[in-house]
Design a binder for this molecule. Structure first.
Ligand code: FAD
Length: 273
């Protein structure tokens, strides 16, 4: 049985809430190990993550909040950790986060490693901590080796596991895991999987977060233009095939970026089974 985790974002508008509520019962059927909730930059979005984690826990899932350096000062992050402890959370995803301007955030921490170290200092071993890593290298890293060193440092600061940025090239994942093992990083590295539904949106997003979409996929998708069904079917085939290769090659599980939609994620998992 493949270990699957799901990622959601906190719905903020009525439309997003309706989408989340309709996707949740279907995605729940995948019996995920845990369901994580992203954390947006900026104070006004702070309360949405705990609310969404609560909704997932009420639905019987193991809710895992993301927490970023944009979460504010040490005191504010400590208060959030207390809240999550009180809610029964045992797992966090600790990140640096991005500001819309790309500048340093408002908080006390600059890098995710500092946040991980603080969580360990403040909450001991209460939380299982996941961090992010980048098979195709983080876009702001000096180079791939520097990025790997920084990843290793997050683990040394107390991370228990890592989830990758999404990618569409399994060889990048296998090479990255090999490099990590050679560098002495021993934690599980779970591939982050982005199901394809809206290709135009995905392409735009991928350009900013540094995930490469192979040319052959771009060309095939562009040929379908606005034929949504064909884009979805091809997307599910491509992503499912990649997941199969990843699992056969030793990936310890799959972390699905659901974008609060069930159809594309379910299509991938159904093909896998
Ligand atoms: P870091 O590990 O701090 O690394 C950021 C950059 O700094 C890298 O280039 C790294 O090489 C470099 N670096 C690290 N340490 C040092 C150092 N000591 N000196 C110099 N350079 C250093 N974003 C959100 O806002 N909210 C979310 O909920 C969220 N969830 C995510 C979940 C996953 C699984 C992933 C993969 C990403 C997520 N992101 C989220 C995006 C993430 O915040 C961005 O990719 C961000 O730019 C980097 O975050 P990080 O935690 O990897 O940062």
């Amino acid at each position: 049985m493949t270990a699957i985790s799901l990622e959601f974002f906190p719905p903020k508008t009525d439309k997003q809430r309706a989408q989340f509520e309709s996707a949740l019962p279907q995605l729940r059927k995948l019996d995920p190990d845990y369901a994580s909730v992203t954390f947006g930059a900026g104070g006004s979005t702070l309360s949405y993550t705990p609310q969404t984690v609560k909704a997932l826990m009420n639905a019987g899932l193991d809710g895992a909040p993301h927490l970023s350096c944009m979460g504010g000062t040490r005191a504010e992050i400590a208060a959030l950790l207390d809240d999550y402890k009180a809610m029964g959370c045992r797992r966090l995803v600790a990140l640096r986060g991005d500001t819309p301007s790309g500048m340093a955030g408002p908080g006390d921490f600059t890098y995710a490693s500092e946040l991980v170290a603080f969580i360990r200092e403040y909450a001991g071993d209460h939380f299982h901590i996941e961090v992010a890593c980048y098979p195709e290298t983080h876009p702001q890293a000096d180079d791939a080796l520097a990025d790997l060193r920084h990843f290793k440092h997050k683990v040394e600061c107390g991370a228990n596991g890592a989830i990758t940025q999404y990618f569409f090239n399994p060889d990048a994942y296998f090479r990255f895991v090999d490099d990590a093992r050679k560098a002495g990083i021993e934690v599980p590295i779970v591939p982050g999987i982005m199901p394809i539904s809206n290709f135009t949106q995905l392409k735009r997003f991928s350009d900013t977060c540094g995930a490469e979409i192979p040319r052959w996929i771009v060309k095939r998708m562009q040929a379908y233009y606005d034929d949504v069904e064909s884009v979805r079917a091809l997307g599910a085939d491509i992503v499912a095939e990649m997941c199969r290769r990843l699992l056969d090659g030793g990936a310890p599980g799959l972390h699905m970026y659901t974008l609060n939609r069930a159809v594309a994620t379910m299509a991938v998992v159904e093909r896998l089974n």
